[in-house]
Design a protein around this ligand. Structure first.
Ligand code: FE
Length: 132
């Protein structure tokens, strides 16, 4: 059994609540991680599950943190999203159900061609220093 603690609505910031629980999107080029290049593991800001490694992060130019693949496929779910009349693929934390962002076929071709476009507010970067 996974030992995870899922934060309640009251424990989330207004912005995280809006994105993770209501499927919102943070403004581009404003989040804390879109231009971050530190090494480490990006964890779910709602439940702490390991989602994306900095090893797969790349500069997409979109203003959101972008990754070519999840750190662990067991932790990240993708599903169709037809909201707002668009045909997109939603990216969700499999452990807590938090909305994380969307998946696009716009990543580097030599790394699989996928771009996991993730909202900074949904992530907590655990660097090596932070862990120790
Ligand atoms: Fe989560």
């Amino acid at each position: 059994m996974d030992n995870i603690k899922i934060k309640t609505d009251a424990e989330l910031s207004q912005e995280l609540l809006e994105v993770a629980r209501n499927g919102g999107t943070e403004a581009p080029f404003k989040g804390k991680y879109w231009d971050n290049h530190e090494k480490g593991m990006y964890k779910c800001a709602v439940c702490g599950t390991e989602l994306f490694s900095s090893d797969t992060k790349f500069d997409s130019g979109t203003g959101w943190p972008s990754f070519t693949a999840p750190a662990n496929l067991a932790n990240v779910e993708v599903r169709p999203d037809k909201k707002f009349g668009m045909d997109r693929t939603e990216v969700v934390c499999k452990k807590c159900g938090a909305h994380l962002g969307h998946l696009f076929n716009a990543g580097p071709a030599d790394k699989g061609g996928k771009r996991y476009c993730i909202n900074s507010v949904c992530l907590d970067l655990e660097t090596a220093e932070k862990k120790n």
